[in-house]
Ligand binder design. Structure first.
Ligand code: ACO
Length: 232
């Protein structure tokens, strides 16, 4: 399974997946708006294991997360929002939704400095509620009555992304420490010129050899040239 960032060419496929999996559907241009405005935040899961029947066969998209940054946050805090998430029935309970969510959350912090991520979920959606609350650690902020077109209520959920900022900081500090480490006493391997040499033979006796003119080659060439110029 390959989790990669959403491309504009994937949009018809994720629109199809959305129609299959959820009653909340969107115009194609809404997907495009996400992909063009926050290209780092939306991901797809691609089943690369399917054998290709023809060279033109595209790997199948089996899940997606469509995410954005809140454009005018009412609380003034920079944060992300999960617009839609779904995984095809054939590929559920394999950890795909969790991976898609984690990738998007990381990108929200790395790219836009998001403080938290929010979403809405139907109060009856047990699978998604388990994923958000138990697996990812979201908290329910409030219940919005009749949020959905059919009159169902929504849980409005939030996840503080402070733990991702800390992970990024720790990783950066770890890299800095590794770069600035005292290299004295650390074996950096053999000097380049000695690579492949037998260290036991390092102290071999060296002999002086005669080269060039000293071998008489120069004289030989001159003599031949002189002979040639005399002949012409
Ligand atoms: N019942 C209970 N728990 C479940 C179920 C289920 N039916 N499905 C998954 N889980 C649990 C898993 O066991 C796992 O828990 P663990 O971490 O304790 O082991 C956790 O949820 C994550 O499982 P994943 O395998 O990552 O989830 P999956 O890839 O199956 O996708 C999803 C879950 C997206 C909810 C899927 O069932 C789906 O597409 N449903 C239809 C669409 C949908 O409801 N989307 C969410 C709408 S809300 C929104 O879009 C913002």
């Amino acid at each position: 399974m390959d989790i990669r960032v959403l491309r504009a060419s994937d949009i018809p496929l994720i629109q199809h997946a959305n129609l299959e999996n959820l009653p909340e559907n969107y115009f194609l241009k809404y997907y495009l708006y996400h992909a063009l405005t926050w290209p780092q935040l939306s991901y797809v899961a691609v089943d690369v294991s399917r054998p290709k029947k023809t060279p033109y066969d595209q790997p199948k998209i089996v899940g997606y997360v469509l995410a954005k940054m809140e454009e005018e946050p009412t609380d003034g805090v920079q944060h992300g929002h999960i617009t839609s998430l779904s995984v095809m029935r054939t590929h559920r309970r394999l950890g795909i939704a969790e991976k898609l969510m984690r990738q998007s959350q990381l990108a929200m912090v790395e790219t836009f400095g998001a403080q938290y991520v929010s979403l809405h979920v139907r109060v009856s959606n047990e699978a998604a509620i388990h994923l958000y609350r138990t697996t990812l650690g979201f908290k329910t902020e409030k219940t919005e009555a009749k949020y959905y077109a059919d009159g169902e209520d929504a849980f409005c959920m939030k996840l503080d992304l402070g733990f991702i900022r800390e992970q990024i900081r720790d990783a950066e500090e770890g890299e800095k420490t590794a770069e600035g480490k005292d290299t004295e006493g650390i074996d950096e391997g053999e000097a380049v010129g000695d690579v492949g040499r037998d260290p036991a033979k390092k102290e071999e006796k060296k002999f002086k050899v005669r080269v060039g003119k000293a071998l008489g080659v120069g004289e030989l060439v001159e003599r031949v040239e002189t002979a040639a110029s005399k002949a012409s």
